[in-house]
Ligand binder design. Structure first.
Ligand code: SF4
Length: 459
């Protein structure tokens, strides 16, 4: 169990010196109990006090890094069961499995395909994270050569073999890249621990017999000197995976049960009958509560929704993703091009901007500062009303000087049009479509027949 503030206070120097930034030792102790500050902020702690409080200052789920380059994956260190309680911090690593039984040309092709894949969504580049290379052939040489092919992508690696000799052969190829070693079991524990220590790598442990057996194994690994641990409880299906991963997360966070306070690795492809089902199970595990997800199939049509789910879950619900307010020229607009206004919630902005761009109409897109809220939410919160829109139009050099003095507002706030014509005197207010997807048709129907059309650009 985590220590309470009073229990922590007993171990502090009790001088109220304020060096930690808090007015009293008790105030610092209370924040420490909430795991909101680091113990190291108090410079006057005795060694005994530090040792006693170590448990209170350690994160309940250890942060584990895989890889060393800028592409490294960091998983764990989560502090809540539900995203809305605070946020989830470290998105699960999505790894594609390669088998060393495959032809080298096939492996190289998969590596190139994944390396070249990436999609942009709401201003962020989304990709899968790396490769899990499995020793199916049984031979160390073939395994090492498959790892060599995967290593070319300079992405994080999971090395999968039950055989310590084959693992060492692969580690010599991937030395310095800090791959995750999968997996230590009761049978190979000593040798796998020795390899993890020698090559300074994180170590996964596999124990399907039950969570208490898994915890016993993780304690053995930890006592042997390897702290960067990833857990595989051996569950594979939808229901048992959800139950086991939730139980592990609850025990780590609510009971502060250290032996299960590590990220979890999953293999959704092992329990399903199609790539589509694999993507569904992977989505479930991204939500609850995988740290590394190893996929058996790569298809851009399935990867994109999975990346979207991950992005949506691993954004801070208290900080909407925003774009900078201002005016954005799309398709090289001129003075006679339409002026549309929207809010600075990223998803709204990118949906609208994408549709305007696809329409081919040179246009001006004016983005109001609504603190990252969408159109309807910001309107309901009084952050996208007639006064705000007027200020935004008048406060921008380009929009305020457009000679046509026509503003297209989102259809969802059509109710503002009358008030806006009063506030923005001399301006004509047009009500655009409710949905961004209808913008192209709207511009064709409404703007093009007017006296000041901007011809769509050639596409
Ligand atoms: Fe107390 Fe340490 Fe903070 Fe000083 S720095 S007030 S001794 S907790």
């Amino acid at each position: 169990m985590p220590l309470t503030g009073i229990e922590i206070y007993k171990h502090l120097p009790k001088t109220n010196c304020k060096k930690c930034g808090f007015p009293t030792c008790l105030a610092f102790a209370m924040r420490l109990a909430q795991q909101a500050v680091e113990l190291s902020l108090c410079p006057d702690m005795s060694e005994e006090g530090k040792a006693a409080l170590e448990a209170a200052s350690r994160p309940p789920i250890r942060l584990v890094s895989i890889g060393t380059s800028e592409n490294k994956v960091e998983v764990g260190n989560e502090v809540v069961l539900f995203r809305h309680e605070k946020t989830f911090y470290h998105p699960p690593g999505l790894m594609l499995r390669l088998r060393d039984s495959e032809e080298s040309g096939t492996i190289a092709q998969k590596v190139n395909q994944l390396q070249g894949y990436g999609v942009e969504r709401i201003g962020m580049k989304l990709t899968l994270n790396g490769f899990a290379v499995q020793n199916v052939s049984g031979g160390g040489q073939r395994f090492a050569s498959a790892v060599g092919l995967a290593k070319r992508a300079d992405l994080p690696l999971v090395l999968m073999s039950p055989d310590p000799d084959a693992m060492e052969a692969a580690l010599k190829v991937a030395a310095g890249q800090r791959p995750l070693l999968y997996a230590a079991t009761k049978d190979n524990l000593e040798k796998m621990v020795a390899l993890a220590k020698e090559y300074r790598c994180p170590l996964a442990i596999y124990e399907p017999a039950g969570l208490s057996e898994l915890a016993t194994l993780s304690e053995q690994v930890s006592k042997a000197g390897v702290e960067d641990i990833v857990l595989d409880p051996g569950v594979r299906g939808f229901a048992d995976s959800l139950a086991a991963l939730t139980q592990i997360r609850r025990l780590a966070l609510r009971k502060n049960f250290r032996p299960l306070g590590y990220p979890v690795i999953t293999f959704p492809g092992e329990a399903v009958s199609s790539p589509e089902e694999e993507a569904l199970l992977a989505g479930q595990q991204v939500a609850k509560y995988a740290g590394i997800v190893v996929l058996d199939h790569f298809d851009p049509a399935l990867a994109y929704p999975l990346l979207t789910v991950r992005q949506n879950i691993y954004t801070d619900p208290q900080k909407p993703i925003q774009v900078t307010p201002g005016i954005y020229p799309i398709n090289s607009p001129k003075d006679d091009s339409p002026l549309l206004i929207t809010t600075n919630f990223s998803l709204t902005y990118f949906s609208v901007a994408g549709e305007v761009e696809a329409s081919g109409f040179p246009s001006w897109l004016l983005v109001a500062d609504t603190e990252g809220l969408s159109v309807l939410t910001s309107w309901a919160a009084g952050k996208f009303d007639a006064e705000k829109i007027t200020k935004t139009v008048r406060g921008n050099e380009v929009s305020s000087s457009l000679p046509h003095r026509t503003l297209i507002i989102p259809g969802a706030v059509a109710t503002l049009s009358g008030e806006l014509e009063d506030e923005l005197s001399g301006w004509k207010i047009l009500v655009g479509p409710r949905d961004a997807v209808d913008i192209g048709n709207y511009l064709k129907r409404t703007w093009a027949p007017m006296a000041r059309p901007s011809a769509p650009v050639a596409r």
